[in-house]
Design a protein around this ligand. Structure first.
Ligand SMILES: [Zn+2]
Length: 254
């Protein structure tokens, strides 16, 4: 979820410029996103997953295990982030964000606020926020654009899925359902909103614009890049343009 809402006075044009994008490039990406959601949801059924029986402490331990298994060479920074990040369980008033990771600045540790009802989606929310926390620590105060921050958080979710796939078939089924349902939201609803916003350059910044491109890039990167390369995203060394170049995005549209 958003780590900052401070930028609300900015516009769509500012957001595009921040990511070195223009409306034409952004529309091209959104066309690819639309194709992704069509293939990602093909043949997928999702239903209510029922009780999950997970407590927050176990969910957190599993999240750290998943991230260590995904990036074994980064164990020390993952351990350090896990131990020193304050995780605060909060009640969730209606319509408020389910979770939030605050960047407290260079040389400090982030703070995570989260809610927990024991549902499968809570596991992915925790994994998402831990992805933000690890990125904040790994990038050591470098500027990381909102889309790239969300890419890292989505990779955190993928680490959780990958960990479940290796060890717990039932858990994997539950998480996978949530992941695919979320794809409908990020690659569908949010994509459509961004597509409409592109017609209005002065429209006030909306953090949700970051999700469709970030989700799409996270999926593409996971399919095509090594884990070592994925880690460089956490270190803040690649921009959206850099990732698009790496994925040979322009060439893939030819
Ligand atoms: Zn996020």
């Amino acid at each position: 979820m958003p780590m900052t809402r401070r930028a609300e006075r900015h516009s769509l044009s500012d957001w595009l410029a921040l990511h070195e994008l223009d409306p034409v490039a952004c529309r091209r990406i959104l066309s690819a996103v639309a194709r992704e959601v069509a293939s990602a949801s093909a043949g997928h059924k999702w239903s209510a997953s029922g009780s999950y029986g997970l407590d927050p402490e176990t969910a957190w331990l599993r999240t750290a295990d998943a991230m260590r298994a995904f990036f074994p060479a980064q164990r020390s920074i993952i351990d350090d982030t896990f131990e020193k990040t304050v995780k605060t369980l909060v009640a969730r008033p209606n319509k408020s964000p389910r979770a939030l990771t605050l960047d407290n600045g260079p040389g400090t540790y982030p703070t995570i606020f989260y809610s927990f009802l024991g549902e499968p989606s809570d596991s992915l929310v925790i994994a998402h926020e831990f992805g933000h926390a690890v990125q904040i620590r790994a990038s050591r105060g470098k500027f990381v654009s909102p889309i790239m921050r969300e890419v890292c958080a989505f990779i955190g979710e993928m680490a959780q899925l990958s960990y479940a796939l290796c060890g717990d078939a039932r858990q994997y089924r539950c998480l996978s359902q949530v992941w695919h349902k979320d794809n409908q939201k990020y690659l569908g609803t949010h994509r459509d909103h961004l597509d409409s916003a592109l017609l209005q350059p002065e429209m006030p910044y909306n953090y949700f614009w970051n999700y469709p491109i970030a989700r799409y890039l996270a999926i593409q990167i996971s399919q095509r890049c090594s884990r070592d390369r994925m880690w460089t995203l956490f270190e803040g060394d690649l921009s959206v343009r850099g990732v698009l170049r790496e994925l040979a995005f322009e060439a893939s549209l030819a």
